[in-house]
Design a protein around this ligand. Structure first.
Ligand code: ATP
Length: 455
């Protein structure tokens, strides 16, 4: 794995994974842009999550709710009142910092001065105005988590799918938090993506499902290539436990800057649906909620055994996509000494995550038959639907191998004179991890590639 953030940052920029946002204007703190390879990696990680959370289960539905929502969503979700971090200002150097991240909240982390304010609450939501009138009424917020769109659509999804408990709703999308101190590359940023599942179950079955999801989510991260030794659970207790949560387990990963939260798995009880439902008094809610005077829908489900309406409990595995990508990159990053005394940098991504699946390289860039066969193979492999297949005509295979090691391409295929002269059109297939080369006939290449990526 990578030892420092700097080596990742530099590789990400050099090879086109991630760039500083608004770089040509001096940058924008806490915002990053994903380049040609970053977007592929991100899409692959999202697809893996969706596959596992939606397609491979028969009790989860997908959703893509709007980022801009009615301000009442945040009034009743509790975000308007409580989505804050404690902040401290330094009178000397004028820097601001998040109190719970400071070594000592009476001493400035930046200049060491003791001339600092007591901590005060800072709301992390970005406020904005909607429509042409800018007044007291026209404001709302950019969503600070995707989850609320799931709760507000609970009735729509139940009515349109006839779901009964237990079942879940999954969503991937952008969230925004005006973090006091964004830091550690894409670990803590102001605009990021989340992959969230809200899994609804009967009260009384919540603890069982909570445990199930903690373990299922850890297994999923292992399937993305993270290793057991770099993952830890943290059982959140006391003051750190969100007010709506009965229990939370954070899944931590060993990032270059230390073990930190990658995903939180919370038992949110009936707090969220109970907060957004109308007729709250009918349901005997277990959570303490603000009285809702605006909701037009009952967010409850019929318990067929007892023939009554009840507000389900909810288990929420909430993962950061950007943090996930950083974890996957950290783990994949490998510096290897080779037997010939040189070294190489390899990103040992799991094949399904690799931004480029196969690179096809003609050995001679100006030999028409070679070029033609290489292009034909590219088109054939591209049609398999595995992801990006790159035809790369630089005429320097050695350099190509090095570059593709560094961006984690699992397979390189070279087309050479043998390919156009010998029967069966043999091409050379080189494996990223073992660096072994084997010869495969052109006609057998699609089957070889499918077998490599699907099994
Ligand atoms: P932290 O304590 O690190 O601020 P949190 O506990 O507030 O995080 P949650 O509200 O549980 O985070 O959000 C769920 C997930 O969303 C986190 O586990 C993380 O992966 C991701 N996430 C949250 N805030 C950010 C951020 N500012 N930048 C990138 N990812 C984030």
């Amino acid at each position: 794995p990578a030892k420092t953030m700097d080596e990742l940052v530099s590789l990400c920029k050099r090879r086109g994974f991630i760039f500083q946002g608004s770089e040509i204007y001096g940058g924008m703190q806490g915002a990053y842009d994903y380049g040609p390879l970053g977007i592929e990696l991100k899409n692959n990680l999202k697809a893996a999550w969706w596959r596992s959370m939606v397609y491979e289960r028969d009790d989860v539905e997908g959703l893509d709710a709007a980022i801009i929502q009615n301000k009442h969503v945040y009034k009743y979700s509790g975000h308007e009142d409580t989505f804050t971090d404690p902040m401290v200002d330094c009178h000397e150097c004028k820097s601001r910092m998040r109190a719970d991240h400071m070594k000592d909240i009476k001493v400035c982390d930046n200049c060491g001065s003791t001339n600092v304010t007591p901590p005060r609450d800072f709301n992390l939501m970005f406020k904005t105005n909607v429509g042409p009138m800018v007044n007291e009424e026209s404001y709302t917020y950019l969503r600070p988590e995707t989850a609320q769109g799931i709760f507000t659509n609970f009735k729509n999804v139940v009515d349109s799918t006839s779901r009964t408990l237990p079942f879940g709703i999954a969503q991937i999308g952008k969230s925004f938090r005006n973090e006091i101190t964004p830091r550690n590359f894409i670990f803590r940023v102001r605009e990021f993506e989340q992959m969230e599942l809200e899994f609804f179950c009967k009260p009384g079955e919540d603890e069982k499902w909570h445990e199930f999801w903690v373990n299922a989510r850890k297994q999923w991260w292992l399937d993305q290539g993270l290793t057991e030794e770099n993952i830890q659970f943290e059982y959140v207790t006391g003051d750190d436990l969100a007010h709506y949560s009965k229990s939370t387990v954070d899944i931590l990963y060993k990032f270059p800057h230390g073990f930190e939260e990658l995903e939180g798995v919370a038992n949110r009880t009936d707090y969220d649906l109970g907060s957004h439902t109308k007729a709250q008094e009918e349901f005997g809610l277990s959570a303490k909620v603000k009285k809702n005077e605006h909701s037009t829908a009952k967010l409850a489900i019929r318990d067929l055994d007892e023939n009554k309406w009840e507000v389900p409990f909810c288990i929420e595995p909430s993962a950061g996509l950007d943090r996930g990508l950083l974890a996957v990159m950290t783990e994949a990053y490998t510096e290897e000494e080779l037997p010939n005394g040189t070294s190489r940098t390899v990103l040992k991504f799991k094949p399904h995550l690799a931004p480029i699946k196969v690179a096809i390289m003609p050995l001679k860039k100006n030999k028409p038959e070679i070029v033609e066969l290489a292009k034909e193979l590219k088109n054939k492999l591209q049609k398999l639907g595995l992801g990006r297949i790159l035809y790369e005509n630089t005429g320097n295979v050695g350099k190509g191998y090095r570059r593709h090691d560094e961006v984690g391409t699992p397979i390189c295929v070279t087309v050479d004179f043998d390919s156009i002269e010998k029967e069966g059109a043999p091409v050379t297939v080189r494996d990223r991890d073992t660096m072994e080369q084997i010869v495969v006939n052109a006609a057998d290449l699609p089957a070889y590639v499918i077998n490599y990526f699907i099994n």
